[in-house]
Write a protein that binds this ligand. Sequence first.
Ligand code: ZN
Length: 456
Amino acid sequence: MKSRFAPSPTGYLHIGGARTALFAWAYAKKQQGNFVLRIENTDRERSTQASVDAILDGMNWLGLDYDEGPFYQTQRFERYQAVIRQLLNEDKAYYCECSKKRLEDLREVLMAKGEKAMYDGCCRDKNLTSGVVRFKNPQEGVVIFEDKVKGKISIANKELDDLIIARTDGTPTYNLTVVVDDHDMEISHVIRGDDHINNTPRQINLYEALNWALPKFAHLPMILGSDGARLSKRHGAVSVMAYRDAGFLPEALLNYLVRLGWSHGDQEVFCLDEIVSLFDLKDINKAPASFNEEKLLWLNQEYIKKSTPEHLIKNLQWHLNEQSFNTSNGPDLPLVVNALQARSKTLVEMVEGMKMYYQDFDKFDKKLADKQFKDTAPLAALLEELMQLDIWEAEAIKSCIKQVCDDLGIGFGKVGQPFRLALSGNGNAGNIDAVAELIGKSITLKRLEKAIQYVG
Ligand SMILES: [Zn+2]
């Protein structure tokens, strides 16, 4: 068994492409087959090396490893040309010299009559020797195939015109290359987006003309944005790497993607091993799936909560490098990550939360500071208590806060809140005693002094 992912390198790796790759990958793993990556770069004007790199980066970040490839169509032109020659020699294809003008006129006439715009087979029996090459699509009969997702699909051959398989310059077209590649690479399961479903009957006719065994087809339902239209740039981030940049864990994105069009009962959280062991084409939904950014965010938070600090640090590294964030001066990184993971929805939020542990800040949030630092007595009393503390531990720090509350006859929040602002600068911090323990005694005292001297 073999499946493949065959993107065209004309942009980044799109969320929809990643979902297709994941399904094809998961099915291959489940069946203990091979997964092939093939770059369909025959469109030389639109394909770029930067896009190839973006696709490989996306696959790599998601951990979708391929057993074969990446293969590049541009390296297979001789093979395509041999197949085109074979079809011409066997009278299964022919040259067509129709001008653009003639084809446009034909199209207009048909459209005016309310008919489907199709090539009329004008050059089919002319035995021409130049021009584009068209495949002689059968004129009778019906193409029938059993799609693994959509069920039985049939289309009459008279609905299909003679497809161009080579341009005038001899370069092969998409439908020919995909058939030759899938055959040569022994792909048994063609799993792809349903935007390709209209090409499938034509491709089946090509397989048959070449006497090649048909693969199984599974066309995945499209992904819709929140407004019900096909997911696109208009809906915000659709590139896989934009999700890395926004602080998502690859396993959270994969978990989210697998649920876009596939389900296993009501289960929402799947580790990668579970995806592989449970995945089956028969559980793919026929209906389109809707992209829900909030659910993805929720899943990301779930994954951050249950990850080990070491795993999070591995994924944080890219973000830290981007910001030239130095974590060598300060508390042990795993302890800080552990303190933050229960309250971070994304790794970007986590890096924000890390700043107070490793970086000094110039000023306090003005609105909060004007309110919370107005009365300096609680902070001054706390500073006194903490200075005398020998064992710098959360429990002891908490006792100091309680002591100040008792001495001044005020509630915990009256001390805890300004203390939190003093340490963080913006009030965003978790358990203040644990935070203070991690930050350490000398920095805690320094920031308290700075807060006491604050003039609004
Ligand atoms: Zn023609």
